[in-house]
Ligand binder design. Structure first.
Ligand code: IPM
Ligand code: MG
Length: 354
């Protein structure tokens, strides 16, 4: 029996509540499909920082490097300086584990979840590949004349040919496994002229995949198109910042922040799985937030560690629950948080063992 070492940082706000449900389901899948999950839970997050002054000690970070996957609930707490825990935990994992791909599937599971008129589940089924270690997120910023009238603030977007190429190449690889075989580059090369690097590298990589068709949108037009004709997108590849923004928009098309899951990957190495949503501190401790995104992040995690059948079964179970109406939706108040984990676990058992 394969056993997978999993690190868990449930984190802040609703993080612990949704993480508990994600592992209720993942543990049931392990039992049903015959594999083991050896979980190590870490207390890191804002409360731990407030209590101990510690963010993510190096020894624990090193430990995680040897595991199969890291699951993150949510990070963010209004009591703490903006960015401190985000950079100390999420960005640290992304940068120091070189998780260079942020893969964000945007898939409509049931028509009634979509806020757009007349769109079907066939129309909204795309994967956005967000470059995850460069761009506006490298932390190359600064201030001059701080506090003075002539203060200057800078933040540099940084791209390397290698970084751009590996993200674009992954998009083509993903597209080659999908029926539509189409990749769109989303950038702002008309204004950010340094993005000419993306234009050139995209053309070079595309030439190696003659069976895949390509498209290009500037990010502003992409925001329009994803709402107007989401069916135009199959796989899209974009920068760290544009990917951050457009995947929140994409999450709404799927039915809300409570659904969207993501994989932060360094293929072959320890990778991070998380819901796209934040810590939603107003709802913390109330058991009202939907754990569906976390459960689906768990499914992506199982798929990644090699438990493909288990990952697919969890996703299919969630789809059935939405389509049959047993899962009403992912808005606050639709279901108490633990009820969703129970529903999915029970339906998964029925699906697998009858
Ligand atoms: C995300 C989040 C993070 C990001 C924040 C919490 C730093 O919005 O994962 O999309 O901007 O990448
Ligand atoms: Mg975001």
């Amino acid at each position: 029996m394969a056993t997978h070492d999993i690190a868990i940082i449930a984190g802040d706000g609703i993080g612990p509540e949704v993480t508990r449900e994600a592992f209720k389901v993942a543990d049931a899948a392990a039992e049903l499909f015959g594999f083991g999950l050896a979980k190590t839970e870490y207390p890191f997050g804002s409360q731990h920082f407030l209590d101990t002054g510690e963010i993510w000690p190096d020894a624990a970070f090193e430990e995680v490097k040897g595991m199969g996957a890291l699951f993150l609930g949510a990070i963010g707490d209004p009591r703490i300086e903006v960015g401190k825990i985000e950079y100390g935990i999420i960005a640290r994992a992304r940068f120091d584990l070189d998780l260079y791909l942020n893969v964000r599937p945007i898939k409509l599971y049931d028509e009634r979840l979509c806020p757009l008129k007349g769109k079907t589940v066939e129309d909204i089924d795309m994967v956005i590949i967000r470059e995850n270690t460069e761009g506006a997120y490298t932390g190359t910023f600064g201030f001059a004349h701080k506090g003075q009238a002539l203060e200057v603030a800078t933040q540099t977007m940084v791209w390397t040919r290698a970084g751009v190429e590996r993200a674009i190449r992954h998009a083509f690889e993903v597209a080659s496994t999908r029926p539509r075989r189409h990749v769109t580059l989303i950038d702002k090369a008309n204004a950010l002229r340094s993005q000419d690097l993306w234009t050139r590298v995209f053309a070079e990589v595309a030439a190696e995949y003659p069976e895949i068709t390509t498209g290009h949108d500037y990010i502003d037009a992409a925001c329009m198109r994803i709402v107007n004709t989401p069916e135009d997108y199959d796989v899209a590849v974009t920068t760290n910042l544009f990917g951050d923004i457009i995947t929140d928009l994409g999450a709404m098309l799927q039915g809300g922040m409570g659904i969207a899951a993501s994989a932060n990957l360094n293929p072959g190495k320890v990778s991070l799985f998380e819901p796209i949503h934040g810590s939603f501190p107003q709802a913390a401790g109330t058991n009202t937030a939907s754990p569906v995104a976390a459960i689906l992040a768990g499914a992506l995690m199982l798929d990644y560690v090699g438990e493909r059948e288990a990952g697919a079964a969890i996703e299919a179970t969630v789809v059935d629950l939405f389509r049959s109406g047993r899962l009403k939706g992912v808005e606050v108040g639709d279901h108490p948080t633990p009820e969703v984990g129970d529903l999915v676990t029970q339906a998964l058992r029925e699906r697998v063992s009858g």
